[in-house]
Design a protein. Structure first.
Length: 604
């Protein structure tokens, strides 16, 4: 009989191993051999039968793998996980696209793990920090809630976390007595913070010093390197969920980066807090690719909070959702309440004079505009065009909105296209891969105004066959690279921002050209009779070292917009281009052109 039980036991291990050859056993044959002599095999066999009963019970519940909460635990969206398939987060190689495969692999691996442990140590659990029970407590917690009666009791009795030292330390270290969602506003110093940063903060009831933040970060310091921004955009940057003392995080945001911190209370019950805490542990040390569009700090927080309560996994139909859009949605659904705002020292005087930014009441972050455009080169008749501009992300400096007091502009992958109404020739006018611009009061914030622009732009005039340009507005779609960096100063009065913003740049078209630009202007933003208004007036002069290859060296820009509805502006704009210094390298038939637009902009 004893020999028969041994044969059955070893056959059971062999059978399960063959079913999940891709799962980690986490033990070695030498470890098994070391303990097998000290095991009362009959006791182990009885324990093995109990474990196998739990497994067969779980294997019948395929519906668990179809539950929305299970999909949330795997960070699924549109039938695929947002977590990179190469991360160590999944048990099954198909877990990132097949929630049932991940469920099966998970319960099989736990069973196999325990059976090997019983073959080593008498009637004891193997649940140390490397075991799946210790690594994935939220998954097991959720599975247990889907069972009833004796099935649930058996599983709960089986889940032994006494040896999960790391998990228990995490419970004690990062208490979730109080948990908040925090938003670090846009930084005036770091361009990579153009959309702000959203993260969780926790605090223990009676120990204010035991407070932590939990964030999802890209592990690359972007700085002012354009290559790093391209890598982030295409998803080539590693990311991790990071736990750090709240004091250190807030010092970095407030003191080093001069960001304003907005804290919101999360409305979660005790079970939801524990599930959230367990899921954050599951993400520990897992390398997750940071992708600016599909998996950024906001996506991570949305999916993590969705584990605790599906209602938090809320988004618009756009590809990218910004932190301010997410906060606004949560606030409208009654899932958060604003607690407090903490200002960096350098902004306290500014806020005292101009007020706080209202991050819950901004315009939506994507802009689509339609306008009539007239082009008058003066030496030829006026050209009439239809122009469409699309700015998918994030802040357009032309928006008529008084929710933000500073002037900031952050564009990613914005483009402008047009249609000549006479020839019906469609064309591309500009593609802005990245444009960041800020105008700051240097006295009140002790920060410089800044500009970074990486774009492809067409020459102002239509090219001819001789390397020159005609006196006609350009419809060729020949957009060429332009890179600019600027640093300047600004001054704020009640409703007006005055600024000077010198820059250096490079542009290629026909010739390579390095240049300096000098922009000065005034921006006004105000509210009158419940309507928001925006006015912009600036002049930019370019000094070209190699030759004028943009079509002008001076530009006067005037813009006036009015918000007729919360997310709809009407506007008029005019640009006067002229050439003061003629270049012999590139011939132009015209030296000045007037462009004027009138149209409507929709924010969504």
């Amino acid at each position: 009989m004893q020999f028969s039980l041994s044969i059955r036991f070893m056959f059971l291990i062999s059978l399960i191993s063959s079913m999940i050859c891709y799962a980690d056993t986490l033990t070695t044959e030498s470890n098994i051999s070391k303990h097998i002599k000290s095991v009362s095999f009959l006791d182990s066999q009885n324990k093995a039968r109990q474990i196998y009963t739990i497994y067969t019970s779980l294997a019948k519940h395929k519906d668990i793998a179809e539950a929305k909460q299970w999909h949330s635990l795997l960070h699924y969206e549109n039938n695929k996980s947002l977590i990179n398939k190469k991360s160590r987060f999944f048990i099954s190689p198909k877990g990132y696209i097949n929630p049932l495969a991940e469920y099966n692999a998970f319960i099989y691996s736990i069973l196999l793990e325990e059976l090997h442990a019983l073959n080593r140590v008498k009637n004891q659990s193997y649940n140390d920090d490397k075991s799946l029970i210790c690594q994935y407590p939220a998954r097991l917690n959720f599975i247990a809630t889907q069972l009833q009666g004796i099935e649930r009791k058996r599983l709960l009795d089986y889940i032994d976390t006494k040896k999960c030292i790391g998990l228990r330390t995490f419970y004690n270290r990062a208490s979730f007595d109080f948990i908040s969602l925090e938003f670090a506003g846009e930084s005036d110093i770091n361009p990579n913070s153009a959309m702000g940063h959203i993260y969780l903060s926790t605090q223990e009831s009676f120990h204010a010093d035991r407070a932590y933040t939990i964030s999802f970060f890209a592990t690359t310091n972007l700085g002012f390197n354009p290559i790093n921004y391209i890598r982030v955009f295409i998803g080539g940057v590693r990311g991790h969920v990071v736990l750090m003392p709240a004091k250190s995080a807030r010092s970095e945001y407030l003191d080093d980066e001069k960001r304003t911190l907005y804290r919101f209370k999360l409305l979660l019950n005790t079970y939801q807090k524990r599930l959230l805490q367990q899921h954050l542990w599951e993400l520990k040390d897992k390398e997750i690719h940071y992708k600016f569009i599909t998996y950024n700090c906001n996506t991570a927080m949305r999916k993590i909070l969705g584990v605790a309560n599906r209602a938090f996994d809320i988004r618009s139909k756009k590809i990218l959702q910004t932190p301010t859009e997410y906060l606004s949605l949560l606030h409208k659904q009654g899932l958060i309440t604003q607690q407090d705002i903490t200002l960096p020292e350098k902004k306290q005087e500014f806020v005292k004079r101009h007020g706080e930014n209202n991050v819950l009441d901004t315009k939506k972050n994507s802009r689509l505009s339609f306008s009539y455009a007239g082009f008058t080169p003066f030496v030829t008749p006026t050209n009439h065009h239809l122009q469409i501009e699309f700015n998918p992300i994030y802040i357009d400096g032309r928006n008529a909105d008084t929710a933000y007091k500073e002037f900031m502009e952050a564009k990613l992958a914005a483009f402008s296209v047009g249609l000549d109404s006479i020839t019906l020739q469609p064309y591309i006018n500009k593609l802005e891969l990245l444009r960041l611009k800020s105008v700051l009061d240097i006295a009140q914030t002790r920060s410089f105004s800044k500009l970074m622009n990486i774009s492809f732009e067409s020459n102002l005039y239509q090219p001819n066959d001789n390397g020159g340009f005609l006196a006609v507005a350009n419809t060729s779609s020949h957009i060429m690279p332009t890179i600019e960096f600027g640093l300047g100063i600004g001054k704020y009065t009640k409703h007006t921002r005055w600024y000077i913003l010198p820059r250096i740049g490079y542009r290629y078209e026909v010739i390579h050209n390095v240049y300096m630009g000098f922009e000065s202007g005034v921006i006004t933003s105000f509210r009158w009779h419940d309507y928001d208004f925006k006015g912009i007036f600036n002049y930019t002069y370019f000094y070209d070292f190699m030759g004028n290859n943009r079509g002008y060296d001076g530009m006067l820009y005037v813009y006036f917009g009015m918000a007729v509805l919360k997310n709809i502006d009407i506007f008029i704009a005019s640009k006067y281009y002229h050439t003061l210094l003629q270049t012999s390298k590139i011939p132009y038939e015209a030296t000045e052109l007037l462009q004027y637009n009138t149209g409507i902009a929709w924010y969504f």
